[in-house]
Design a protein around this ligand. Sequence first.
Ligand code: ATP
Length: 288
Amino acid sequence: MAKKQHTWDDDVAELLRVGPDFDLAAMDRGATPGWSAGKAEAASLMAAHGEELSDLQERLFADAKTGGTRSVLLLLQGLDTSGKGGVVRHVIGMVDPQGVALANFGVPTEEEKRHHHLWRVRRQLPPPGRIGVFDRSHYEQVLVVKVDGLEPADLNETRYDELVAFDREIVEGGTTLIKVALMVSHAEQGERLKERLERPDKWWKYNPGDIDVREQWDAYQAAYAEMFARTSIDEAPWYAIPADRKWYARLAITELLRRALRDLDLGWPAADFDPEVELARLAATARD
Ligand code: ATP
């Protein structure tokens, strides 16, 4: 008999959702909320859900082809080595790349700096039918920009409300917004950076600036805590994902995405032709 598929013990979205009582300092980043089994069982569920995700994504794409306006945006935040790239590869990699709109937000270019900070973000919002993925996002405005003091503090203070208003606008436009923060522990980040430095095949991922950011660990944690407290809204809550176990983070994000797509409740579009008539026409093309 086939082994029974292990599944979530609990409502993982509820467990990871940042609510008013969320306490970042108390978060165990090696924990696996809602998941009592191990890595092998996670891989098995991931594969099963991957198939469903792929099917749901195709429905979303098909819906837009027939005039639907819905899209989904997965926003990923996290410090270096927190696993953002792995989520893109292993979670988003399970669906048809034609249905994905991926955007990466690094240090603004000279042109971007001449515009309002949301200018470059608006241009990358997913069109109907797509799953958009932001690898970093407009939230850097209250993370690196705040920690490094890249704009005056009083201006930066206004950003929280601005970001929340922008998120609401995205949601009102028909996009389901899933805001995910991958929270790695200080010790685990140290291990991952060490591995990058010890392995020539990982040097390309390393940037000496990663240590500068690590030196500001406490300031970043404070900035994340503030961001969570002020920008987790009902229409677009934050999900704080313990990220020391990469397999858990990927499984949890797969589940958030799967649910978001399921909640759209999309069927397959009706044909705008008569399948019987077309079958008869096809039959008439037969050659002996
Ligand atoms: P990652 O670390 O996300 O995998 P990466 O190391 O390849 O990416 P990029 O994506 O090119 O680098 O850039 C990421 C860097 O850009 C981060 O250090 C981030 O803090 C910085 N950054 C993002 N947005 C801003 C911003 N608005 N102002 C200043 N720096 C920013």
